[in-house]
Ligand binder design. Sequence first.
Ligand code: ADP
Ligand code: MN
Length: 179
Amino acid sequence: SLSSTPSRPLPNILITGTPGTGKTTLSQSLAEELSFTHLEVSAFVKQHSLHEGVDAEFDSLILDEDKLVDALEPLVAGGGQVVDFHSPEVFPERYFDLVLVLRSSTEALYDRLTERGYKENKRDENVTAEIMQVVLEEARESYAEEIVHEVRSDTVEEMDANVERVKAWVGQWKADNKQ
Ligand code: ADP
Ligand code: MN
C-alpha cells in the first residue's frame, strides 16, 4: 500500500518513558547493535541551546519545541535515528516508524531516581507520572496505535529482550521496504 512506501532509507525509532525507565541504556545498546545514531534529546537540546530557560522548581530546561523539531528534521530525514526522550508529544507523527514506551515498577523507579540524586519533589512527580502512565497516554495520543508498543523495563533480561525485539522489527522493516 502507499502508506508502506518508504520515505527514508532506514526507520526512525522513538524510545520514550518516564525518566529512569531505562531509555538511554536501551537506546545506546540499540544504536550500537543496529549501527543507528543514538539521539539523546536532552543532551541535543543543551548542545544546540534549544531551550527558553530553566524551570527552577524542577531543575529542568524549558524546551523550545519549534526549534527542536526544526533541528531534528534533517537528521530524521536520513533515518536510522534512535531518539531518546521522555516527552513523546513534542515530535511530528511522521518522524517515527516505531515508538517504544518503557515501563518500570514503582520500586525500581524510586530506587533509580534516588540513586540519580533527584530532589524529592522531582522524584515523586516522576514516580506518580509513571503510576498514572502519563507518557504512555501521550504516546498513544500522538502516534498511530499500531506503532506504539508498551514494554517492561524492570530487569536486565527485559532490556535484552527489548533489544532483540527491536532488532527483529528493524530486520522486518528492511525486508518490507526493499526497493
Ligand atoms: P532514562 O534514560 O530513561 O532516564 P537510564 O537508561 O538512564 O534511564 O536508566 C536509569 C538507571 O536504571 C541506570 O542506572 C540503568 O542502568 C538502570 N536501568 C535502566 N533500565 C534497566 C533495566 N531494564 N533493568 C535494570 N536496570 C535498568
Ligand atoms: Mn536518559
